[in-house]
Design a protein around this ligand. Structure first.
Ligand code: ZN
Length: 421
């Protein structure tokens, strides 16, 4: 290559590099979304639907492989036991994520007595290995914790998050490669190739953050389904006690720590309350068979009644004790459209969560809290929030109608507040 060309190439490289890095940054920023179930911001470069589609092909391959090797347990007491536990968990899961009612819920029982593992791919595609029973001697309560934890990953959208993180990392590498090579076509080809790899769910370790989220969701699903919360602790103890030389797959992909045990202990009292409540209300009739039953006969779930995960903040909301103190107009500007959206769609849980997160002292926001509380059947709390909304509507700095750059989201808040007080 002539010296001139080398020089020209160098210049181009740095230009392309800057452009590529900017593109990468923009893509990552645009791909951040708040998960309404957990309230956490997640990287989402791939949609949950597309990850679920990817997962289905991987899952089908796993299933036929297991069948070919005569490892698939499709009937008998063990399969029935797993199905019964899983159905009780799904019955709860759909209450947190009503859209998951239409998921492709399935569970494979794979006869690998040495494999201590279980999984739930996006879209409800689950599996459990017989090692859970043979090696770990897991009780029903413990199986419920494992499956609940796995369902928690799926409900919280960890599959698409993991995939997105992977893509972002790969994109960074490819962006560099593309910037250095002059062949930008490679970049586009590689990008679609990156979307392949549903294996990630079973092989890539989960982050500490997603792990504790899945723990939290799992223990709550299990408690509401009538399974002992303490089993979450004994389960991890059993895992840890297994022979060091044969660390269960589950432990490798699910980093354990003392933090986990501590988290689970802290969740103990509120979860015990949910568990006792579930035991007192345990229905005679088993839940609907989500795994085998016809889809059109599944129980309907009202999206406006989506329930919230336990948290001290949510408890305060239910008690009518939320205090909005913030006054950051700029931050509020960015969030108010999303509040309006939740209100218009009657997504009461999401509305309440978002108003608490936005934390902006305004009559409109107290009215939103009141509306959400009313929608979820917390009449007393609703009354308190409506009262606060009325008080603020009488002030200069708390009335949306009187604030510049804030606005009332096109609602006649003063009138609404007077009506609903
Ligand atoms: Zn996990």
């Amino acid at each position: 290559m002539a010296v001139n060309n080398v020089l020209r190439n160098r210049l181009n490289v740095s230009g392309r590099l800057v452009a590529s890095v900017l593109l990468l940054g923009a893509t990552v920023l645009a791909g951040c979304a708040t998960n309404t179930m957990t309230g956490r911001k997640q990287l989402s470069l791939v949609s949950e639907e597309s990850v679920a589609r990817q997962s289905l092909s991987y899952y089908s391959a796993m299933e036929s492989d297991a069948r070919k090797k005569a490892k698939l347990i499709t009937s008998g007491p063990l399969k029935e036991r797993v199905d019964a536990i899983t159905n009780r968990l799904i019955e709860q899961a759909v209450l947190y994520r009503p859209d998951s009612r239409d998921w492709d819920w399935r569970v494979l029982v794979i006869d690998e007595p040495k494999t201590v593992n279980a999984f739930c791919m996006p879209g409800g595609l689950m599996g459990i290995y017989t090692g859970m029973f043979e090696k770990l001697q897991a009780t029903d309560d413990e199986v419920a914790q494992v499956m609940g934890h796995e369902i928690g990953h799926a409900l919280a959208g960890h599959g698409s998050e993991k995939m997105s993180t992977r893509i972002a990392a790969n994109m960074a590498a490819i962006v560099l490669a593309a910037a250095v090579s002059s062949n930008v076509k490679d970049f586009n080809n590689n990008q679609s190739a990156l979307l392949v790899g549903a294996t990630a769910f079973v092989t890539l370790p989960n982050s500490r953050e997603t792990e504790s989220e899945a723990d939290r969701i799992g223990i709550e699903l299990a408690a509401r389904a009538g399974y002992e919360p303490q089993a979450a602790v004994t389960l991890w103890q059993k895992m840890a006690a297994l022979d060091k030389g044969s660390t269960p797959v589950f432990m490798r992909t699910h980093p354990s720590s003392e933090v986990r045990a501590q988290d689970l202990q802290n969740l103990g009292p509120p979860m015990a309350k949910l568990h006792n409540h579930a035991l007192a209300n345990l229905k005679e009739k088993p839940p609907y068979d989500w795994l085998q039953g016809p889809r059109e006969q599944r129980p309907s779930v009202d999206p406006s009644q989506a329930i919230a995960l336990y948290s001290p903040a949510w408890e305060r909301f239910v008690q009518g004790e939320v205090e909005l103190k913030g006054n950051n107009v700029l931050a509020y500007q960015a969030q108010k459209g999303s509040l309006k959206g939740a209100f218009e769609k009657s997504q009461w849980r999401d509305l309440a969560v978002q108003v608490m997160e936005a934390d902006f002292r305004l009559d409109l926001n107290y009215w939103y809290l009141g509306r959400a509380a009313l929608g979820l059947g917390h009449a007393q709390a609703a009354q308190r929030y409506m009262g606060r909304a009325f008080e603020l509507s009488q002030t200069e700095d708390g009335a949306c109608a009187k604030r510049t750059f804030v606005g009332c989201a096109g609602l006649d808040v003063k009138k609404l507040v007077e009506e609903t007080r």
